[in-house]
Design a protein around this ligand. Structure first.
Ligand code: PLP
Length: 469
């Protein structure tokens, strides 16, 4: 692979135009991390307007599962747009909708026979909530109005999904504005309180869930939402296996719907089509997907339900909420072509293999960089926690944003890295390692080389600023 990564300056200075300026115009000014102007993308690579090449280390925000510039997907979308660009789901039926629903349900397996399409992760989570509420009202008397989620966690950016999200910094924003959800501790595995091991802490967290259900009233809780592999909220935390079994038992015992938010970790990212497939004895009732499903080529979300819930509800009142773009034909065509690529390139199997390889390489970097605290995740859904000292696991001072410094160093060394400081770093700081899932071994080696160089630059900068001994 030829690389122009180290040769050119990262992201030139940019001033916002007097009108327009896109989403960036809404961000704090000046934008703390220079953003490269991306003009071209192919495979795991992206190029800016000065010809500098980057590895898309996090697939955007874990979206570009099959990599960039796939001609087959682009052709399928163009063909669909030319043949039949749009048909509205309330007044017409179309084949791409039926095909992708059937395909997703087949890959998800028993228990997920029905698929409701939407435009993204937040919408897909809201559909799960609205469906469960409608179901309870129509078939069980509608007393269950409470939703429990984890703290920390992330479930989306609409007003309701912000309330679901476990982020202490949102409390004042939501106060008096949205009723919010109940939060119980997330079964994190790093920097554990007390003398807990991941297993004992998982048991403690499951106990907390049960206690909260009992406190709220066992017949008042509608659903428990969790990310089976965390995202930005926990830095790809994978709960101890015992947690899944306990949580399944608790939800079944109290008639609470168990929902896995797989918006980020689903669609093969963990080395199985559903992240839930990693814990087959603890399958959830509902799975929420988005991001990688259409791999960034078009917006698409999907909420997967069992026919044992959907069909009786359909016979009674039906579930009648939807959105203008539910089952958009071009998005459906994109997702069908993406899943064809999954098969053609055996992408899920490659994810398991390359995930293990990349992880080993990241672990190896610990010997060189004391700020590399933890590597965690599953398959190609990983995060690296950055600390001031690996032995103490100490977090960074609240006034600095180490992940911004890391991103800037990454740009210099040809890496586009997704990272966002949540809860002002109180739960730690990490960056996401989730390249496109058809990455090769040689590309993993190149990515590791650049991560190594990024750590070197980052640590030098942190020392210069007096934040690293
Ligand atoms: N749920 C999880 C676990 C996510 O990671 C995200 C986005 O990052 C969402 C929901 C929201 O998805 P979207 O941004 O597509 O609305």
């Amino acid at each position: 692979m030829t690389s122009s990564a180290a040769k050119k300056p990262a992201a030139k200075a940019y001033s916002l135009p007097p009108i327009g300026g896109g989403e960036e115009a809404f961000r704090p000014q000046p934008v703390p991390v220079p953003l490269p102007m991306i003009v071209r993308a192919k495979g795991i690579h992206q190029w800016d307007d000065e010809g500098k090449e980057y590895i898309d280390l996090s697939s955007g925000p874990i979206v570009s599962n099959i990599g960039h510039g796939n001609e087959r997907v682009a052709d399928a979308m163009a063909k669909q747009a030319r043949t039949m660009d749009f048909a509205y789901s309330r007044v017409a039926r179309h084949q791409p909708d039926l095909d992708i629903s059937h395909r997703i349900a087949s890959l998800a397996g028993p228990g997920f026979e029905r698929v409701f399409l939407s435009s993204g992760g937040s919408e897909a989570n809201e559909i799960a909530v609205k469906f469960l509420r409608t179901y309870d009202l129509a078939l069980n008397g509608g007393k269950r109005t409470k939703i429990i989620t984890l703290m920390p966690s992330y479930h989306g950016g609409t007003v309701f999904t912000l309330g679901m999200t476990g982020d202490g910094d949102l409390v004042s924003w939501l106060d008096g504005f949205q009723t919010g959800c109940e939060h119980v501790p997330s079964p994190i595995t790093y920097r554990l309180p007390g003398n807990h091991s991941p297993e004992t802490y998982a048991a403690h967290c499951a106990d907390e869930l049960e206690a909260r259900i009992r406190k709220l009233g066992p017949d008042k809780v509608l659903a428990f939402f969790m990310e089976p592999v965390g995202g930005l909220g926990t830095g790809c935390n994978v709960p101890h296996a015992s947690y899944f079994k306990r949580v399944r038992e608790i939800c079944t015992k109290y008639g609470v719907a168990l929902v896995f938010d797989e918006v980020l970790c689903g669609t093969g990212r963990t080395g199985k089509f559903l992240a839930a497939h990693n814990w087959p004895e603890a399958l959830p009732d509902v799975v929420v997907m988005a991001k990688g499903l259409a791999s960034g080529y078009s917006p698409l979300g999907a909420t997967l339900f069992p026919s044992r819930m959907v069909d009786p509800l359909a016979r009674k009142t039906g579930f009648s909420f939807s959105h203008t773009y539910s089952g958009n034909p071009v998005s459906c065509a994109a997702a069908i072509a993406v899943l064809d690529e999954y098969e053609r390139q055996d992408i899920v199997a490659n994810t398991a293999k390359m995930g293990a390889y990349l992880r080993e390489g990241l672990e190896g970097l610990k010997t060189k960089h004391k700020s590399l605290g933890d590597v965690r995740g599953l398959g190609l859904c990983m995060a690296v926690e950055v600390v001031t000292d690996r032995t103490t696991k100490a977090i960074w001072p609240v006034e600095i944003s180490p992940t911004d410094h890391f991103r800037i160093a990454g740009l210099e060394h040809g890496l586009i890295i997704y990272t966002r400081r949540t809860a002002k770093g109180r739960n730690g700081d990490w960056f996401i390692v989730a390249p496109p899932m058809n990455i090769t071994r040689a590309e993993c080696d190149e990515a590791l080389k650049r991560i190594d160089a990024t750590f070197k630059t980052f640590e030098a900068e942190m020392k210069r600023l007096g934040h690293l001994a």
